[in-house]
Design a protein around this ligand. Structure first.
Ligand code: FAD
Length: 374
C-alpha cells in the first residue's frame, strides 16, 4: 500500500517514520524546508499549559505520549547520534497574590499521579534564587520535561531518510485527488500527480486549505506565537517557570526562551514591538535580576489552532483512505509520539493504542469550552 504524508513538521515526519518502520511505502511532501514552521518555533515544554482545564481524555493522551519520550530519545540517539536534550528540569508556577488555579492544579495532579510540591516563599526562592522576592508561594512539578525542538527535528529527519522514507521538500500539495469518495493521491504545484492509497494530512496551520475544497474543513487556523531568546549563565533560571501568559524555559547552555504570545492575526509573520515588549515586561516582573541579559534573537511560529484546543486525529468521513493529524495547537511536540504511533496504526488498519474517539475529526466540537483559539 502506498502512503503519502503531507507536511514535514514533527507530526508528519515522526508518523512517516512509524509507518516506514512497519514496512509501508511512504512519501513525505513538504512545500518548504523540512521542519521550519511551528515544530521548529515551539518552546519544547512537555506538559500542557494548565492541563487541569482539559477533558480527562486529553490528559490520558498526553500521559501516553510523554511516557514514550524516554524510549524515543534513546532510539533517536542510537540511530542518529543527535541528543535532543530531553531533560526533566521541572516546572514551577509562582504565585504573587490570589491568582486562581492553586486548588485545581493540585487536584488534577493528585488525580492523575503527577508529583507536585507546594512551596512557601522561602522554599520557592531557594529552588529558584533569581525569582522576584515578592513571590508568596509556588507549585512545583519535578517530573516535567523539556527538549530542544530544532534538535528533535534534525534527529527525526535524519532517521526518516535512513529508514527509506521518500522525501520531497520544496514541493507543495495543491489539491487532494478524490474519486467516488476514495482518495487517489495528490496534485503537486508543478501540475504532476502522485498516486497513493492512503494520505495523511499533517500540514499544521495550513491543513484546512486542502480540506475546504472537499467540503471537509475542520476550522483549524493559525495562532501566532512569538518567542524571545535571552543569554544567561547556565543555572541562572533552573526550571521552566510559568506565570500568567508567560513562560521561561532554560536550556542547558544558559539560553533562556521567553514565550509566547497568542495572536489571532492570520498568517501575518514577524516579531512586533508590543508583543516582544509584553514578553520582556513579564521577565522583568518575574525575574527583575535578568534586566541586563543580552537578547540573542527572536522568532515566531503559527500554532495549528483548533476551536476546542484538542487535536484532530483520525479518518476523514466520506473520503476513504484520507486521514488527518492536525490542530495540535499548543501541544504538538508533547503529543507527537502518541500521534505518530496511533496514526500509523490507524493507517495500517490496526487498532490504535489509545482511544481516539474524543479527537475524531467528526466529533461534535465544543466551540465554547475556552480551550481553543476563540
Ligand atoms: C511559539 C510556539 C510555542 C510552542 N510551544 C510548545 C511547547 O512548548 N510544547 C508543545 O508541545 N507544543 C508547543 N507549540 C505547538 C507545537 O509547536 C505545534 O503544535 C506543532 O509543532 C505542530 O506540528 P505540525 O507538524 O502539525 O505543524 P508544523 O510544524 O507547522 O508543520 C506543518 C508543515 O506542513 C507544511 N505544509 C503546509 N501546507 C503544505 C502543502 N500544501 N504541501 C506540502 N507541505 C505543506 C508546512 O510547510 C509545515 O512544514 C508551540 C508553538 C509555537 C508557535
Amino acid at each position: 500500500m502506498r502512503m503519502i504524508v503531507i507536511g514535514g513538521g514533527i507530526i508528519g515526519c515522526l508518523t512517516a517514520c512509524r509507518l516506514r518502520q512497519q514496512g509501508a511505502d511512504v512519501t513525505l511532501i513538504e512545500r518548504g524546508e523540512l521542519g521550519r514552521e511551528a515544530s521548529w518555533a515551539g518552546a519544547g515544554i512537555l506538559c500542557p499549559i494548565q492541563p487541569w482545564l482539559y477533558p480527562d481524555a486529553f490528559t490520558e493522551l498526553v500521559q501516553h505520549s510523554l511516557n514514550l519520550y524516554p524510549s524515543l530519545q534513546a532510539e533517536l540517539f542510537d540511530r542518529t547520534a543527535i541528543d535532543i536534550e530531553w531533560q526533566r528540569c521541572g516546572l514551577v508556577i509562582p504565585f504573587f497574590g490570589d491568582e486562581p488555579h492553586w486548588q485545581a492544579a493540585i487536584g488534577w495532579s493528585q488525580r492523575f499521579g503527577w508529583r507536585i510540591e507546594q512551596q512557601e516563599a522561602a522554599e520557592a526562592l531557594r529552588a529558584e534564587p533569581t525569582l522576584a522576592a515578592t513571590v508568596q508561594r509556588a507549585l512545583y512539578w519535578p517530573q516535567v520535561a523539556q527538549l530542544r525542538n530544532p534538535r528533535l527535528l534534525k534527529a527525526v529527519q535524519r532517521w526518516m531518510v535512513q529508514l527509506g522514507v521518500a522525501v520531497r521538500s520544496h514541493t507543495e500539495v495543491r489539491r487532494l485527488l478524490v474519486e467516488g469518495g476514495v482518495i487517489r493521491g495528490v496534485e503537486l504545484d508543478d501540475g504532476g500527480h502522485l498516486t497513493g492509497d492512503r494520505v495523511l494530512l499533517a500540514a499544521g496551520s495550513w491543513s484546512d486549505s486542502l480540506l475546504q475544497p472537499l467540503g471537509k474543513g475542520l476550522t483549524i487556523r493559525p495562532v501566532k506565537g512569538q518567542i524571545v531568546l535571552l543569554v544567561t549563565k547556565p543555572g541562572t533560571v533552573r526550571h521552566i517557570v510559568k506565570h500568567d501568559d508567560i513562560y521561561l524555559v532554560p536550556r542547558a547552555d544558559g539560553r533562556l526562551l521567553v514565550g509566547a504570545t497568542m495572536e489571532d492575526v492570520g498568517f501575518r509573520g514577524g516579531n512586533t514591538v508590543a508583543e516582544v515588549h509584553g514578553l520582556l515586561d513579564g521577565v522583568m516582573r518575574m525575574f527583575p535580576g535578568l534586566a541586563a541579559c543580552e537578547i540573542e534573537r527572536q522568532w515566531m511560529g503559527f500554532r495549528p489552532g483548533s476551536p476546542d484546543g484538542l487535536p484532530f486525529l483520525g479518518a476523514i468521513e466520506g473520503v476513504a483512505g484520507l486521514f488527518v493529524a492536525s490542530g495540535h495547537y499548543r501541544n504538538g511536540v508533547a503529543l507527537a509520539p502518541v500521534t505518530a504511533q496511533c496514526m500509523a496504526e490507524l493507517m495500517l488498519d490496526q487498532p490504535p493504542s489509545v482511544d481516539l474517539a474524543p479527537f475524531s475529526p467528526s466529533r461534535m466540537v465544543d466551540f465554547s469550552n475556552g480551550l481553543g483559539y476563540n
